[in-house]
Design a protein. Structure first.
Length: 956
């Protein structure tokens, strides 16, 4: 508490007026600049302090230190500087804030004064002392770094300036790998977006040419590349201490009560109280701080405006007297010595004894004044958060209107419960309630409510809606309830029943939400499947805005601390902690990948520290098994290393809408193709009761099954799940379908055993023999409509996953005729066989081939396909008109297959020097395999059309 002896006696302390100026006579919020690192420029780091009439300087300092968990409070002091003159005042901890403001704001307006919290009193061995208190060490670093850049950086040697600048780069970009600046784009990002002036003095930047400067920065940075945050700070102090004694203050003064001996009085942890004369460089020791018994200062004759400082030193015959040029200097010296005396003695009471000029209010009154005020303690308003701090009163909900239910999840600050919101005029509403485990702390409470205050600004069908808040402890946030939970878990549970169109729909809906956020100038910073909620099977909503930030007038947001989702983040976010809409685009690309992978997390098995290295080397997440090439191409655009080359969310929204429509059309076409195959079976079997044909044999993917429209071999339990679902159906048609499915499953198992036997007995044939001579019929011919051996290319590859690839061998493709037709002069059959030969040729050469040979091989396949399609166009007029639609659909499918093959080839060329190269080669083979199978299917369609024509032309 402040002692009455430290208040100006001229100040009137009346009972009605409180301990200072009457309430409301001045703005009760004070802006204090500090060196706690935030997201803005260092020159703007500040907090707003709300104070009462009885709030003293000590209370302000203690509150700020408490908020930032800084233990070395006794080392802190508050400095007041006039911006338009040299006036500088150190404010004693016992002074009242209102008294200080009244005194100095009478002289100059409030906006001309700068309050600054600084470490002023250094213990001996302060580096090791502060190392045990990391917030204090960081604070001292930023304070000294600021002083260095302001006062001495332009005078130091070039080598020292380079080292100090590179150390700050190393510390500032904690996650950046040691060789990151060797990459031109990274250096340019540092130079243009962050600015070299933040790290290096202007004199250094002006004295070196750009190329030379870049080279020297790169070389110097490598010396410190492996240092962590704390090591960088300690290295900084090691370099700067010999050239800049920031822990020592010197004052021009004279020893004695008159200007007798002019000296520089030095005060610091090593010197104690010493002086230097003009003629000598060796300091003369006067006293240690633990010897000082009391301190007095006063003004000399008014006309001289000089100040006098007297120290009573233990063991000295008379007080040590120092004359200063002004009373302010004497006051600042007294505060400095008093601070050191309190520090070394570990006491809070002051050693200053003020000269009494009049009646002073009694201590009892002052104490009662402090006890009577309700707002004596400083309240911190973090300036970086003031942009989203509107009043919550409009959204305040009474706690008795919320019935809390079961726990449905966990959040950063507490649990999430299902609840019921009881409304007066409307029926009860199911809601989700976020609770805060520890909302007693102001800082935790503000951070918890930050998400609600962010969410209240949004109104979008695919963003979780805020219903209200309860701001009194315990703090609750009430949101709309998404009954199906988080998307990642939903995808894992429903992966057997979700088709590709639904997955693309989810991605499209998220893109609309993010385009909306972009228009509002918000960056989300945590876009991932775990932060997306599922409202209904066809509706997802973006949630978890705990990391979201408004960008105001700047184009990017910089995170200062806290845990961040490294594996989802853009390289500039990992390296430079730089978050923009472009970095959100990168994260959205990863989120789309998660969705297409049914909730699998990115970079499985890779340590967080290794992720940036892989990205720097050009590696990207591999294409998901059922992802269309156009969608994966869009993902890779989102993962462009250069942020400026990534698409905007509006563009992503448009492209995803197009991809979604295309996928729906293809889904309908494939459904019609499947129906056609089933109809063909019924026609060929003469109305028999044989089960409908399967899309592919069990355990082996059909050409299109990888796109999610047929059961995936990666999920063998799918059939069991479908059978269980059928048990719920009582309709006779459903029961018939169930019976057919059971028969089909048994046939699949039988086919599997037969195929394994066939594989062992398979005789190798050359490609030439395949063209000239048909293979012998298999022991068990396929059922009508089922795929022949061309269609069973995948059966010879037992890889479990899409990325395992398919290695096509010439002997694995032996196309027997699908009908007893004369193949002489059958151009369609010849060209199908030619296409299969081209695929076989490519398959046998692709593994050892260099990237430049991919194009000729794919070109040969493309030419073979073009010839085939031209032949089909010539044949089409000769076939029944009723079959033209089916043939045209089969042709479109082949064109799509070729486009997919070309897309895979480009990816294989793009990632030729990375570990992804083999994956993309295998995917090229799989695409080629699909092309060969669909060519055989085209031949089947044409053969069926010919048979139909022959049947109708026979005489009855």
């Amino acid at each position: 508490m402040a002692s009455s002896s430290y208040l100006e006696p001229s100040l009137n302390h009346s009972t009605s007026g409180g301990c200072g100026r009457p309430l409301g006579s001045m703005d009760r919020v004070l802006k204090i600049f500090h060196y706690f690192e935030t997201n803005s420029e260092p020159s703007t780091w500040a907090s707003n302090i709300r104070h009462g009439d009885a709030t003293d300087v000590r209370g302000v300092i203690q509150k700020i230190a408490e908020i930032h968990k800084m233990r070395c409070v006794s080392s802190l002091g508050l400095r007041l500087t006039h911006l338009h003159s040299d006036a500088l005042h150190w404010l004693h901890p016992d002074l009242g804030v209102s008294h200080v403001r009244e005194k100095y704001e009478k002289k100059h307006p409030q906006e001309e004064w700068r309050y600054e919290l600084r470490i002023r009193y250094f213990p001996k061995g302060y580096i090791s002392h502060f190392s045990e208190d990391k917030p204090s060490l960081n604070y001292l670093y930023h304070q000294v770094k600021s002083d260095y850049m302001k006062y001495i950086a332009d005078q130091v040697d070039q080598d020292i300036a380079l080292k100090i600048g590179c150390l700050e780069i190393r510390r500032f970009f904690r996650e950046m790998p040691g060789n990151a600046l060797d990459k031109k784009s990274n250096y340019e990002l540092l130079e243009k977006d962050v600015g070299l002036r933040r790290f290096f003095p202007k004199s250094l930047l002006d004295s070196l040419k750009a190329k030379s400067l870049r080279k020297q920065i790169q070389q110097t940075f490598k010396q410190f590349a492996n240092l962590n945050d704390e090591q960088s700070i300690l290295k900084f102090f090691e370099i700067i201490t010999p050239i800049y004694r920031f822990d020592k203050e010197c004052f021009k003064c004279a020893l004695g009560s008159s200007w007798v001996i002019s000296v520089d009085l030095a005060i610091g942890p090593e010197e104690g109280i010493s002086y230097l004369t003009d003629k000598g460089l060796t300091p003369t020791h006067l006293a240690n701080f633990n010897q000082v018994q009391s301190i007095q200062y006063s003004a000399l004759e008014e006309k001289d405006r000089k100040g006098m400082l007297q120290l009573n030193v233990a063991g000295a015959p008379e007080p040590l007297t120092v004359t200063t040029s002004s009373l302010t200097t004497a006051e600042n010296m007294a505060d400095l010595i008093d601070g050191y005396c309190r520090l070394v003695s570990s006491v809070s009471h002051s050693f200053i004894v003020r000269v009494q000029k009049g009646k002073v209010p009694t201590c009892s009154y002052i104490t009662s004044c402090f006890q009577g005020e309700t707002d004596d303690y400083a309240e911190i308003i973090d300036e970086e958060d003031t942009y989203t701090m509107p009043s919550t009163r409009d959204y305040e909900i009474q706690r008795d209107r919320i019935e809390l239910g079961r726990c449905i999840g966990e959040g950063q600050f507490g649990d999430v419960h299902q609840g019921v919101y009881i409304r007066t005029e409307n029926p009860p509403l199911s809601v989700a309630v976020k609770t805060c485990k520890n909302s007693t702390s102001d800082s935790v409470r503000e951070k918890f409510l930050q998400e609600a205050l962010t969410m209240r600004q949004f109104d979008h069908p695919h963003i979780v809606k805020l219903m209200g808040v309860i701001t009194e402890n315990p703090v609750w946030i009430i949101m709309e309830l998404c009954t199906l939970g988080e998307l990642r878990s939903f995808l894992q549970v429903r992966k057997y029943s979700l088709d590709l169109a639904t997955l693309i729909l989810y991605s499209y809906q998220l893109s609309t939400a993010l385009a909306y956020l972009e228009s509002k100038r918000f960056v989300h910073r945590d876009i991932a499947a775990r932060n997306v909620l599922v409202s209904t099977v066809d509706c997802v909503k973006l949630g978890d805005f705990g990391l979201s930030r408004y960008m105001e007038d700047s184009s990017y947001y910089k995170a200062s601390k806290g845990k961040l989702p490294i594996k989802w983040m853009a390289p500039e976010s990992i390296n430079f902690r730089r978050f923009t809409t472009a970095s959100d685009v990168w994260m959205f690309g990863v989120c789309m990948w998660e969705i297409l992978m049914y909730g699998i997390k990115p970079f499985q098995g890779v340590k967080n520290n290794d992720v940036i290295g892989r990205i720097e080397n050009g590696e990207r997440l591999a294409m998901p098994p059922q992802c269309p090439p156009t969608l994966y191409s869009l993902m890779t655009k989102c993962w462009s290393y250069d942020p400026s080359k990534r698409p905007r969310f509006n563009e992503l929204k448009t492209q995803l809408s197009t991809i979604l429509e295309e996928e729906k059309i293809q889904q309908e076409e494939r459904s019609r193709m499947e129906m056609r195959r089933q109809v063909t079976v019924s026609w060929d079997s003469g109305g028999s009761d044989e089960a409908p044909p399967k899309p592919s044999r069990p355990g082996y993917p059909s050409p299109r099954s990888s796109e999610g429209f047929y059961p995936s071999p990666q999920h063998p339990g799918h059939y069991q799940d479908r059978a269980l679902d059928m048990q719920l159906c009582t309709d006779p048609q459903c029961l018939l379908m169930e019976e057919q499915l059971m028969i089909q499953q048994l046939q699949m198992e039988e086919d599997q055993r037969w195929l394994e036997e066939e594989e062992r007995l398979l005789v190798t044939h050359t490609a030439h023999t395949l063209v000239e001579k048909h293979a012998a019929p298999p022991k068990k011919p396929p059922r009508p409509g089922a795929q022949s051996q061309v269609g069973s290319l995948a059966c010879l590859n037992t890889g479990d996953g899409y990325n395992d690839g398919v290695k096509l061998q010439p002997q694995e493709i032996s196309p027997p005729p699908t009908a007893n037709l004369d193949r002489s002069n059958d151009k369609v059959y010849e060209n199908v066989t030619g296409l299969v030969k081209a695929v076989i040729e490519m398959s046998s050469k692709i593994q050892p081939a260099p990237p430049e040979e991919y194009v000729p091989m794919v070109k040969d396949v493309g030419l073979a396909l073009r010839t085939l399609l031209a032949t089909v166009d010539e044949t089409l007029p000769q076939l029944p008109a009723s079959t033209h639609r089916e043939i045209e659909m089969a042709q479109k499918l082949l064109n799509s297959d070729l486009a997919e093959l070309i897309g895979k080839m480009k990816l294989a060329q793009q990632y030729v020097m990375t570990s992804l190269q083999q994956d993309y080669k295998k995917q090229m083979l799989t695409a080629a395999h699909a092309l060969a199978v669909d060519a055989k299917n085209l031949l089947d369609v044409i053969d069926q059309s010919r048979l139909k024509m022959m049947t109708h032309s026979r005489p009855h």
